[in-house]
Design a protein around this ligand. Structure first.
Ligand SMILES: [Zn+2]
Length: 302
């Protein structure tokens, strides 16, 4: 008799404890099977730590845990899936040579040599320009690197998110757009690493391309770049959009005059460049050029 009562008591306690655990977990209403306490804790852990994963491994494990359970976890797993997509290993089909031209890794008919890499510096400035540029890129099935300044990201984090959300690849263009070759090693480090940090904090992506302002570096710049796994990337075709202001046709002419296979084209987030872009990309395609996806460029220059 005593044993039976104790058994009922124990069962009641277990049921009560299961119920309270479920209500503590809170958002597991969609889950048909009551979660065990251990599982609830795991879920809670996965949902509170997902997108800040410091590295691919952390992100991947959070995603795996979250992916197996309830609605709240699914919500977080979609975030982690996007994050891990950004850092997922890809097969590199191109590299950059010492002239800052893009070259296929293998001689193959499948990998076009007649390509250009599109880059836009000095943003993010304005949603209207960014949307117009990316609308044009989308129309031509092109992606580009947007070399941003940390100070601009600080003022407009939502614009960095916009570029990233719309498929733009983000590069580091220093924090304050200062000419690094004139600066101390400590200042160089701060300018590059503060920019890496604010980009990572804003979109959870660590850039792997660095463009020093004016294309001007020194040993310290190369050293800090290498330590941060950043490829030092100048350009091989300057659109001169910073010289020929308010002149969309000049932007096009300047690029077409210097165009060659593998051109890395320097442009800026400027109204006349935005205006010229559709016509420029149409002309490039008419000459048989296609656009390199920046994610297919291997990390080491050679
Ligand atoms: Zn610049």
């Amino acid at each position: 008799m005593f044993k039976k009562t104790a058994g009922w008591l124990l069962l009641s306690v277990l049921i009560l404890s299961a119920c309270s655990n479920q209500s503590t977990a809170g958002n597991s209403g969609a889950n048909q099977t009551p979660a065990t306490p251990a599982a609830s804790e795991q879920n809670a852990g996965a949902t509170t730590t997902p997108s800040t994963g410091k590295d691919a491994d952390a992100t991947a494990s959070a995603g795996t845990t979250a992916g197996s359970t309830d609605a709240k976890s699914q919500e977080s797993s979609s975030t982690t899936a996007e994050d891990s997509k950004a850092e997922a290993p890809v097969s590199y089909t191109y590299h950059m040579n010492k002239n800052y031209d893009i070259v296929p890794n293998k001689e193959s008919d499948k990998t076009p040599k007649k390509v250009v890499l599109l880059t836009f510096d000095d943003g993010p400035k304005e949603a209207k320009m960014i949307n117009s540029m990316i609308d044009t890129l989308d129309k031509h099935n092109a992606r580009a690197i947007f070399f941003v300044n940390g100070s601009r990201v600080k003022r407009h984090p939502e614009l960095l998110k916009l570029i990233h959300d719309r498929g733009g690849v983000i590069g580091n263009h220093t924090y304050d757009h200062i000419v690094l070759k004139n600066e101390s090693p400590a200042k160089v480090k701060q300018q590059i690493e503060d920019t890496q940090k604010i980009i990572k904090e804003t979109i959870n992506v660590t850039p792997r391309f660095l463009r020093p302002p004016n294309g001007a570096g020194n040993d310290a710049v190369h050293e800090v770049a290498a330590k941060n796994n950043l490829m030092y990337m100048n350009w091989s075709v300057g659109s001169l959009d910073w010289v020929n202001q308010n002149d969309p046709q000049a932007v096009i002419t300047n690029v077409m005059d210097q165009l060659h296979s593998g051109s890395t084209i320097l442009m800026h987030e400027l109204p006349w460049t935005v205006e010229a872009l559709d016509q420029l990309l149409t002309k490039l395609e008419a000459k048989g050029y296609t656009f390199v996806d920046p994610d297919t460029i291997e990390p080491e220059m050679r």
